[in-house]
Design a protein around this ligand. Structure first.
Ligand code: SF4
Length: 266
């Protein structure tokens, strides 16, 4: 397992000034996030996570993971920093069985000790999706009750969360910053400037297994009814909600439904 002094595929800056955090109170939060994003632009993922964990948000940082195609790399960096870092996993009751099995395998391999499996509320499902077909009729509402609301509940008590999103994954994520603000909470994307080859190399270096569906043509993996295979030359996320305008599940949108800072949809 790699140590925390590892440098990633990019170059670490000489230092990350803690003074940026001390100015937090006096700057607009989005300006603060933009400044921090610029400051962290050249930092390796382990350095970003370590800084967030140790300096910015001690005891108030979580990681949200889908245990999807590329999740293991971010989880491994986080485990280097702290194996007891809270990891939130949204089990929508619509996931592939392979994802649940892969989650258990990766948790075991990395020694993660605080994985929080979050479900939708039974009363929400009973009210809006009693027969489990809401995703066919109103996918945004389905994501809202199966992902967004459970995540909001899970992140209470945390000031910041780590995501594994990357700029290369889709055109809508092309301007993804390292740090952003969503609904008053800080969202950190340590792998924002990584590409598929970086992730693959990191997983190989660590001996981490790929998600079993990757070899079957699924480079991005969400709920089973809303994920299809991707053809050569397509966006990696082209198989998500195929044939619909929907491109994101809602957990990365602000409360007003707008893409936050990075996507250009606003
Ligand atoms: S991805 Fe599909 S099944 Fe999963 S919560 Fe969203 S609409 Fe529902």
């Amino acid at each position: 397992m790699a140590g925390r002094d590892r440098t990633g595929p990019d170059t670490d800056p000489p230092s990350i000034p803690g003074s940026l955090w001390r100015t937090h109170q006096s700057l607009e939060r989005e300006a603060w996030a933009a400044a921090l994003s610029d400051q962290l632009a050249g930092a390796s993922p382990d350095r970003v996570i370590g800084f967030a964990h140790d300096t910015l948000f001690p005891g108030r940082l979580a990681l949200v993971s889908s245990f999807g195609a590329e999740s293991a790399a971010l989880l491994a960096f986080a485990a280097d920093v702290d194996r007891s870092l809270p990891v939130v996993f949204l089990d929508t009751h619509k996931l592939f069985d392979e994802t649940l099995a892969y989650r258990d395998r990766i948790v075991d391999l990395l020694g993660l000790t605080d994985v929080r499996v979050i479900h939708p509320k039974p009363e929400d499902l009973a009210a809006d999706d009693p027969d489990g077909t809401l995703h066919e009729r109103r996918p945004d509402l389905c994501c809202h009750i199966r992902k967004t609301l459970p995540l909001v509940r899970a992140l209470k008590g945390f000031d910041a969360w780590l995501t594994g999103r990357k700029q290369y994954q889709s055109t809508v994520r092309a301007r993804l910053p390292r740090v952003e603000i969503q609904d008053g909470r800080v969202k950190i994307n340590p792998l924002a400037n990584w590409n598929a080859e970086d992730v693959r190399a990191e997983m190989d270096r660590r001996g981490l297994p790929p998600h079993p569906l990757v070899a079957k043509g699924y480079p991005s993996i969400g709920c089973a009814p809303c994920t299809s295979r991707v053809e050569d030359g397509e966006d990696l996320r082209a198989g998500r909600w195929r044939g619909q305008e929907k491109t994101e599940c809602g957990i990365h949108l602000g409360a007003d439904g707008r893409w936050v800072r990075s996507g250009g949809a606003d």
